[in-house]
Design a binder for this molecule. Sequence first.
Ligand SMILES: *[C@@H]1O[C@H](CO)[C@@H](O)[C@H](O)[C@H]1NC(C)=O
Ligand SMILES: *[C@@H]1O[C@H](CO)[C@@H](O)[C@H](O)[C@H]1NC(C)=O
Ligand SMILES: *[C@@H]1O[C@H](CO)[C@@H](O)[C@H](O)[C@H]1NC(C)=O
Length: 316
Amino acid sequence: MHVFVYFTMFILISSVILASTSILSSVRTERNDLPIVGILAQELRRPPPHKTSYIAASYVKFLESAGARVVPITVNQTLEQYTTLFNSLNGILYPGGGANLTSSGYQRAAKVFYDLALEANSKGDYFPVWGTCLGFEELTYLTSGKLLLSRTNTSGIALPLNFTPDSTQGKMFQGFPADLLKALASEPLTENSHKWSISVESHNSNEELKKFYRILTTNMDGELEFVSTMEAYDFPIYATQWHPEKNAFEWTRPYIPHSPSAIKTTFYMADFFVNEARKSFHRFASQEEERRALIYNFNPDYSGIDNSAFEQKYYF
Ligand SMILES: *[C@@H]1O[C@H](CO)[C@@H](O)[C@H](O)[C@H]1NC(C)=O
Ligand SMILES: *[C@@H]1O[C@H](CO)[C@@H](O)[C@H](O)[C@H]1NC(C)=O
Ligand SMILES: *[C@@H]1O[C@H](CO)[C@@H](O)[C@H](O)[C@H]1NC(C)=O
């Protein structure tokens, strides 16, 4: 063969090798396409026999819809067990509900993971945290060390978001299509199910909250302006007082919006957070441990049939 042919073959083969190693290394160093996110369980007010806590299945579906797998984090585990889970998971979601914000198994686990997340992220070990409704309120308590909530008339109402001028500096809505942002600002696409809120005034007059979280959106309950979406300035910590997971996955209440824009809101929120989890490289010590921890070990019950706010619930 002519030397030129050898040379061309050499170039071709080496570029194939180069391309494949760079694909492999970019997958390994920049993105974790196998994210696993923990969801906190919480105590039951009226526990069925042999059950102590629950997770609403809509939070599981929310994360799964964007490409994450889910591990339930039950209450009352030891610090050592929570630390092992922290080092195995790529993020955590604090769901809504009715657990006590200052003294409950939910609060204790939330605090353990919050403290571990602050420490890890400060050292460059990425670990995102998300709070929805009660989880949002819990984050205001964990960050400020105080219960600063005010009573609002917001149980069971869908609202449009009032974006703050600062919201364009935030990360959460960056990936949203322009027409969806417009719809969010003008149509009632965000479902609120809370009796307590952090008012914009309380937020801004508490030093810890003010310097820790950027307010992305606010809402009015008629009289009081409250924070409805926030994210930490220096940590991957995100929270909505409203319920992005309900639009696509809960059907038990007439005020939950299900329009095409409402369903996209569920998806783009989940997509945002799961992409954050893809930046974390924690993993289980073994595949066996991972399999034993996953939510697939449990089956949800159909609770919507008993007038629960949730169609399906996992009991633990
Ligand atoms: C957690 O522990 C407390 C105190 O021991 C106990 O009262 C409670 O029932 C436990 N909760 C669950 C869900 O196991
Ligand atoms: C939460 O627990 C604390 C401490 O037990 C208690 O003082 C407070 O009233 C509880 N809050 C609610 C809303 O039940
Ligand atoms: C609460 O808000 C609803 C509208 O969502 C309104 O109909 C009702 O009058 C309000 N209640 C009070 C006590 O302001």
